[in-house]
Each structure stands twice: as structure tokens, then as C-alpha cells.
Design a protein around this ligand. Structure first.
Ligand code: ANZ
Ligand code: ZN
Length: 827
């Protein structure tokens, strides 16, 4: 406790923090008899120092955790470090330190910063994902899923620098060239591991409907990412260059089977086996395939690139009309989606339309608008659904009817069937990088791919390495990769690829429940704490991280490790921190260092500013003056308590049992009390909506009102201070902790209850009414609440000001609007 007359944040804050450490105030203990609240902010990447975005994120979480604790919940708020990843490798090269050393030093620095902010973490649960004790369980789960068939190996493309002979991450490819040596990057196919997230696509999609504690925007993004579509898979028959049917099927996937009779060509992906085969004696096609292989395959690039193709010289027989159409290979057809081949309908698909115009292919209308809309197929495709025309037996059907009709016919003929497709791809988890968790697989010439047995886990990543950025050091360390096969005992080699770092962030929330278990990934404590009740983080994680974590939760559920289907009951996505309207970021050079602010003003001021400046979900505009303002406000709160003329009476009020005799209060006291409780009532509703900015605004108004109290021993003042400190304590925990003790409280404000407005105080004894004469305001009267109408009328007519306007006139009518006004009509 601080006894200073003036507010010195540093002393106050270190005092409170020492108290919390000594009392293990934030140690979370499972207690089935109490309602739990698991509050989690997305754990940070240990980049070096905290930035304002961190401060905002972790303060929001801390305020929620502390608020829920005051509401009586058993709160868990843990913290850890998302420690693997590329930046450590870049820093390692720049500063010539191993990634592990750089990372751990950053963690040590940032841990101090977190503590300085007064975040209510259970530090006993801290871990970093680069700890072998952590990733060992990820490796363990991987080997189990591998045996279950939920993980498979296949070749997939990577970015390859032919000069440095290394794989590059997407962010290391700058305009198609290697970031180090500027050599044009090539695409290479190498074997990689994939997790079958597509097997959970339907559940991941359906589960979104139940996540009503999530922002709708995030759910929509996930739905689109999963991208379920209903369509038909159907087969054309391939005609060889000799003009005869080969009997071979060419399967396509379409969401518009109603347009089937308008197909004028089929297009296959450049990697499609049919194209590859045809290229053997078609040099133009071969060159095209080669060119496409070097191209970027990101979806954004696919959208904007010029649509190109080459005739394969093959033809395909239409499954219903028997007509022959040419087969093209086209760069816009993705090998990884559907069947890697499309039936092209230029009249009703804009992409097919453009391609048809470029290569002089026919455009045949088969859908007419359902209304009288004018269409002009010479200008563009008509992509809306409608009524079938030129479609033989299907003519006249609506697109909807035709979908089913055509699907049924194809099915009957054994040429197709309905199919649900997902845009979601299986998750490739192999990275050819060093700073990650080793993939626990041993490659044996005779036994193939063998998972590392449980007793040999973890496969520890060597940390004392020299890192030059050209290839991963462990790929050059026989002492790491040379091993024996667990199956046959022969010479074998370890996998040297590491996991995508999204693996670690997909289950850390669960490990926080059982962080010290060296025998199991999770234990029964997980059942008590999970799911996370409130998850807080950036919108940039709306898709991948949140989807992978949801997927992992289901994997762990199916392994019997967790119960429940979803990891995060509620999600709050905090807005960005801006300066002069643009995102605060290193690359923009407009950052404000929170450490400097904490040093100057103290943690409470920084916390208060970030909570007051904007509601959590909106962007926060940086403002130096507002930081000053926050600091001034805390000084006022400090003075309110440390007022020599009041403090003894304040303490006495507590000593006397902190009572308010509502009946004994004067009208003025009742009015003030009504105001304070009114503000508290509003703040109580806002805090439930996590609108902390208006909670702070209410506290500021309370301070103003309390500042006007004259009597040094006014119980309404004492009660007001008590409510104010409790209201503010989740936001500014240090100063409130200190003042609480100054008031002579034995227990910590942490254990005080969240303040509730007294409903009785809100009911005012007297009410004020405006009095109008002929519709113009002429006076104001005070009457007891709930009095009869005629009493109000008489009071209005008796008012001095009102009489000035009624004198010598006839009162025709008096209208009383209860609780608001009285209108006197005169003639
Ligand atoms: C014929 C057609 C006619 C199509 C028409 C659309 C409109 P979603 O909704 O995303 O599932 N398609 C199928 N496989 C493809 C691939 N591997 N690469 C590129 N495009 C592919 O998209 C399904 C539609 O995308 C399919 O329906 C197909 O074009 C195309 F008036 O078939 B459609
Ligand atoms: Zn073997």
C-alpha cells in the first residue's frame, strides 16, 4: 500500500504486483463446485517487444477476466508463446544468433513487459511452443492420426530457388524471384504430409450455425472458405486423334448441370493426365504445360491472369447428345478442384465466354431469363438461372427442375451422379524450414514411412545450430537424421521437414489446462476448463487459425482427449490500432512504443486509455492528448480518496459496516445517490456487452458528481467511492488495489464483488416536470413521485412563472403528461 499524497504509478503498480505474486492471486485451481470462466487472448509471437496492438488485445482479455472473477466465476487466464516460425530464422541470419536463442531472449523480455502491464495471468501455466515438452504431444497425436489414416503423404508444389537450392516460403518470393538472390523461382513437386481436414468439412460448416457467440462476419468468412457447393459429376468419353472413341472417361464437375446441352468444349487443367499424355506429340501443348508449371497458383493470381489455353487435338463425346466437342487445356482450370476438368458453357459462364471468343468456339444459348429481362449474348454471358431452351427433352424446365432431371438421366445411364464439393483443401503441414517441430516420421528403404514410436518421442529439434538461411541446418546434420528403422532395425533416415506453425497454435488453448502433464497430452482438467468461454484476437485469424483450431478440437475429441465439439464458445475480434487513420505498424514507421508510455505514465494509464478510446471491436485512433487525459483522471480518483478532510470519515464508514440508511437521507443526498446508481446501472449493462469505453465514461461522470459533495462524512460519498473503485478495478487494477487498502480494507479488491446498482436508489422521490402555457415552456415544478393528477395541476397553476402568463386569462384545459410535462391552455 502506498501512503503518498501524490499519485506515483510506479510505486503503486509494483506494490500491487508484488501482492499478486505473493498471494498467487491468479493461480487457477479446478473446482467442480464453482462455475468456471476460461478467458484467452490469442497468444503472441515473441517478436521482440510489445506493440500497441498487443497491449490492446491483452488488456481487453484482462478486463474481461477480472470482471468475471468479480462476478464470482473461477477464472483461468493463461499465457504462452507461439514461438516457432520464419521471423526467428530471418533474425538469426541478420544477427548471427541461433533462432532458439533469439526466440527465448525475446520471450524473456516480453514476459517482463506483460508483468509490468499487470495482466492477471496464471504464470504457472506458461509455455512456449518450441519447448519439446509441448511439441512432443503434437508429434504424439500426429503419429496416432497417421496410423488412423487421417494423415497421408503426397507430392505437392513448393517454391524452389535453383540458385540457393532451397525451398522458399510464399513470403520469401518477391515478384516471382528469390528474396535473397533474385533468381526466378521455380515450382517443384516434393512429397509432403497432409491432414484430412476435408473429412471434417461438413461438420466444420454445420458447427458454424451453432456458434452464436461469434461475430457473423467471421462465420461467413469460414463458410466461404469451406465453400460447399452442390453439383453433378459427369463423364464425357474421350475420342483419340484417330477419330475413334477410346472408351476412356473424362470426368468433369459442374454446379450447373442445367446448362449441359450448351457445352461447346471441355477444358482440362495443364497437369491433367490427358493433357500431359497429349503433349507427348504436341510441342505447342508441351510448351504451354511447361509455362503453366512456372506460374503462381495462388487464387488471387488465378483471378487476374489472362485466360489462355491450347487445343489438345482430342475430342470428347457429350454424355447426352453424343455430339463431339474439342478438348482444350486451359490455365484457369485447377487440378486440385473437382475433377481438374470443366465442361465449358460459353453462353452462361463469363470465363467460358471470354475463352470461346478468344479461340473462336461456338456460343449456344440453353437458358432463357425467367422474366422479360433483355439479354445479349454477343456482349456477355447470361449466368443467371432461368428456363431451359434448345435443350431437347429438357426444354421448358426451370434450372432447378433441370438440375434434378439431368442428374437423374445421367445417373440412369451410368454417366454421372450428384455430388457435394468443398473448396476447402486438405491441410499440407510439411515445411522445409528449420525452426519448427520435427515431423515424427522415419523413412526406411524397406518399410517405407514409419511413425516414430511413442517411447522415442519427442523428436527434439537441435537448437545449437549455425543458421545461414540456405536450407535447413538439420538437413545437413547426419547426427540428427541418421537413425534406425523402428520396424526392421535397419539403417533409416528421419524426416527433416518440420510442421507448419499453425499446428502448434491449433491446440495450445487445450494444453493450458494440463500444461505440466508429462504423461499425457491432456488430462481431466481439460474437461473442467474447456471450452474457452471467451477468445479474443485479431480478425486476421478469422479463417486459418480458427478453422485449424476447430479441426484439431474435433480430432482430439475423436481421440477421447476432449469433450464437446467446439474449442471457443465466444469470440471477440478486436479492431486495429491506428495512427492518423492508418494501421500502426513497423513497416509504416508510425508505431508508438507502449513501453515508453508505461515508463512515463504507468500501466494503469495505458490500460485506461486503450479501453476508453474505443469499444473493443472498433479501430482505435491513437491520441497523445487522450493519454494525458487518462492520466489526469487517475490523479483525480487518487485525490478523491487521499483527501485529508475526508479519508478518516471514509475509513470510519467502512469500520461501521459500510451501511446506507436510505430513509435517513436528505433530498440532495437521494438525488446524488440516484445519479451514481444510475451511472452504475448503465455501466453494468455496458460491461456485459464489453463496451468498456462507456463504462469508463460512467466512472468519469461518477467522479464529477462525487467531487461536488460538501459534507466530509456523507455516506453517499463513501458509498460512491466504494462503487467507483470496484467498477474501475478490472480496467485499472493497480490504483484501485492500492486505494482499497488505503481505505483500510483487509481483503484485496480482487475478491470484492462486482458492484450492483441499488434498484431502490434509482426510484426518485421527487420528479421534475416542465410546465407549458399554450405549448411554450414557462416554468418547472417539483412534485412527489406518484402523486395524483389534480395535485400536479394545482402545483402547475400555482407556479409563479406560470402565473405571469395565465394572469387575466381563462384556463380552458390542463393536460398532464405523467412524468414529463404539464400544458396549460389559456384563452
Ligand atoms: C459448367 C458451368 C456452367 C459452370 C455455367 C458454371 C456456370 P464452385 O461453385 O466453386 O464449386 N469448375 C469445376 N471444376 C473446376 C476446376 N477444377 N477449375 C476451375 N473451375 C472449375 O464452382 C463450380 C464451377 O466451377 C463448375 O460449374 C465449373 O464450371 C467450374 F453456366 O460447370 B461450371
Ligand atoms: Zn525398416
Amino acid at each position: 500500500m502506498s501512503t503518498q499524497q501524490s499519485y506515483i504509478p510506479e510505486t503503486v503498480e509494483s506494490g500491487a504486483q508484488e501482492y499478486w505474486v505473493e498471494n498467487a492471486s491468479f493461480r487457477a485451481i479446478e473446482d467442480p463446485g464453482r462455475e468456471k470462466f476460461y478467458c484467452l487472448a490469442m497468444f503472441p509471437y515473441p517478436s521482440g517487444r510489445l506493440h500497441m496492438g498487443h497491449v490492446r488485445n491483452y488488456t481487453i482479455s484482462d478486463v474481461i477476466a477480472r470482471y468475471q472473477r468479480m462476478r464470482g466465476k473461477n477464472v483461468l487466464q493463461p499465457i504462452g508463446w507461439d514461438a516457432f516460425g520464419l521471423p526467428a530464422e530471418n533474425a538469426a541470419m541478420k544477427h548471427k544468433v541461433p533462432p532458439a536463442k533469439w526466440t527465448r531472449e525475446n520471450i524473456d523480455y516480453m514476459r517482463v513487459q506483460f508483468k509490468r502491464l499487470g495482466l492477471a495471468y496464471d504464470w504457472e501455466r506458461e509455455f512456449a511452443t518450441c519447448d519439446p515438452d509441448y511439441y512432443r504431444w503434437e508429434q504424439w497425436l500426429f503419429t496416432r492420426l497417421f496410423k488412423k489414416g487421417l494423415i497421408y503423404k503426397k507430392t505437392a508444389p513448393v517454391n524452389w530457388c535453383p540458385h540457393d537450392l532451397t525451398v522458399l516460403a510464399n513470403e520469401q518470393v518477391i515478384e516471382g524471384c528469390c528474396w535473397r538472390c533474385d533468381t526466378p523461382v521455380e515450382r517443384r513437386e516434393i512429397p509432403q504430409y497432409f491432414m484430412k481436414i476435408t473429412g471434417y468439412a461438413e461438420e466444420l460448416l454445420a458447427g458454424l450455425d451453432k456458434l452464436d457467440g461469434w461475430p457473423e462476419a467471421v462465420r461467413t468468412m469460414q463458410r466461404n472458405w469451406i465453400g460447399r457447393s452442390e453439383g453433378v459429376e459427369l463423364a464425357f468419353t474421350v475420342v483419340g486423334s484417330d477419330g475413334k472413341s477410346t472408351g476412356e472417361e473424362l470426368r468433369v464437375y459442374t454446379t450447373r448441370p442445367d446448362t449441359l446441352m450448351g457445352v461447346s468444349y471441355v477444358a482440362v487443367a495443364p497437369e491433367h493426365p490427358l493433357a500431359v499424355r497429349a503433349a507427348k506429340n504436341n510441342p505447342k501443348l508441351a510448351a504451354f504445360i511447361e509455362e503453366c508449371a512456372r506460374m503462381e497458383t495462388s487464387e488471387a493470381a488465378m483471378e487476374t491472369m489472362e485466360k489462355k489455353g491450347v487445343d489438345t487435338g482430342l475430342e470428347a463425346i457429350h454424355p447426352i447428345s453424343g455430339e463431339r466437342v474439342p478438348v482444350f487445356s486451359a490455365n484457369f482450370v485447377l487440378m486440385g478442384y473437382g475433377e481438374g476438368a470443366v465442361m465449358a458453357v460459353p453462353a452462361h459462364d463469363q470465363r467460358d465466354w471470354e475463352f470461346a471468343h478468344k479461340y473462336g468456339l461456338p456460343v449456344k444459348q440453353v437458358i432463357a431469363p425467367a422474366d422479360d429481362e433483355e439479354i445479349d449474348l454477343a456482349k456477355q454471358a447470361f449466368a443467371t438461372k432461368g428456363v431451359l431452351v434448345n435443350s431437347g427433352e429438357f426444354t421448358g424446365l426451370t434450372s432447378r427442375q433441370a438440375f434434378d432431371g439431368i442428374a437423374a438421366k445421367l445417373e440412369k445411364d451410368g454417366k454421372g451422379n450428384k455430388r457435394t464439393n468443398y473448396r476447402l483443401r486438405d491441410w499440407g503441414v510439411s515445411r522445409q524450414r528449420y525452426w519448427g517441430a520435427p515431423i515424427p516420421i522415419i523413412n526406411c528403404d524397406s518399410c517405407g514411412t514409419v511413425p516414430v514410436p511413442e517411447k522415442d518421442l519427442p523428436v527434439v529439434l537441435p537448437e545449437d545450430v549455425s543458421f545461414d538461411g540456405v536450407g535447413s541446418p538439420i538437413k545437413k546434420m547426419p547426427e540428427f537424421y541418421e537413425t534406425t528403422c523402428p520396424k526392421c532395425g535397419g539403417k533409416a533416415e528421419r524426416e527433416t521437414d518440420t510442421f507448419d506453425t499453425f499446428m502448434e497454435s491449433s491446440w495450445y488453448y487445450a494444453r493450458f489446462t494440463s500444461p505440466d502433464n508429462s504423461e499425457a497430452m491432456l488430462d481431466e482438467r481439460a474437461h473442467y476448463w474447456l471450452p474457452v468461454d471467451q477468445y479474443i484476437g485479431g480478425i486476421e485469424h478469422a479463417i486459418l487459425h480458427l478453422l485449424y483450431a476447430r479441426f484439431f478440437h474435433k480430432l482430439m475429441r475423436d481421440e477421447g482427449l476432449v469433450k464437446g465439439d467446439e474449442p471457443f464458445a465466444k469470440l471477440l475480434t478486436q479492431g486495429m490500432v491506428l495512427k492518423d487513420g492508418v494501421k500502426m505498424s513497423k513497416s509504416k514507421g508510425n508505431t508508438v512504443d507502449p513501453q515508453a508510455l508505461i515508463d512515463k505514465y504507468g500501466a494503469d494509464t495505458v490500460r485506461l486509455f486503450t479501453m476508453f478510446a474505443a469499444p473493443p471491436e472498433q479501430s482505435l485512433e491513437w491520441n497523445d492528448d487522450a493519454v494525458e487525459g487518462a492520466s489526469r483522471f487517475l490523479k483525480r480518483v487518487w485525490r478523491l480518496v487521499h483527501d485529508n478532510s475526508r479519508l478518516p470519515a471514509l475509513k470510519q464508514w467502512y469500520a461501521d459496516g459500510a451501511k446506507i440508511e436510505a430513509n435517513a437521507l436528505s433530498a440532495g443526498q437521494k438525488k446524488l445517490r440516484a445519479e451514481i446508481h444510475g451511472l452504475l446501472d448503465q455501466a453494468g449493462r455496458d460491461v456485459e456487452k464489453y463496451q468498456f469505453n462507456t463504462v469508463v465514461a460512467a466512472a468519469m461522470k461518477m467522479v464529477n458528481a462525487l467531487g461536488q459533495v460538501d459534507a466530509s462524512d456523507d455516506p453517499v460519498f463513501a458509498e460512491g467511492v466504494d462503487l467507483l473503485l470496484r467498477l474501475l478495478s478490472p480496467i485499472v487494477p493497480h490504483i484501485t488495489h492500492d486505494l482499497w487498502q488505503v481505505l483500510g480494507q483487509q481483503s484485496s479488491i480482487l475478491d470484492a464483488a462486482w458492484p450492483q446498482a441499488d434498484a431502490a436508489a434509482l426510484v426518485r422521490d421527487t420528479i421534475e416536470l416542465v410546465v407549458q402555457v399554450n405549448g411554450r415552456v414557462r416554468g418547472k415544478i417539483s412534485v412527489a413521485a406518484g402523486v395524483a393528477k389534480d395535485v400536479v395541476e394545482q402545483a402547475a397553476l400555482a407556479d409563479e412563472n406560470v402565473q405571469r402568463f395565465t394572469k387575466g386569462k381563462n384556463v380552458v384545459k390542463v393536460i398532464v403528461v405523467p412524468g414529463r410535462l404539464v400544458n396549460v391552455v389559456v384563452k
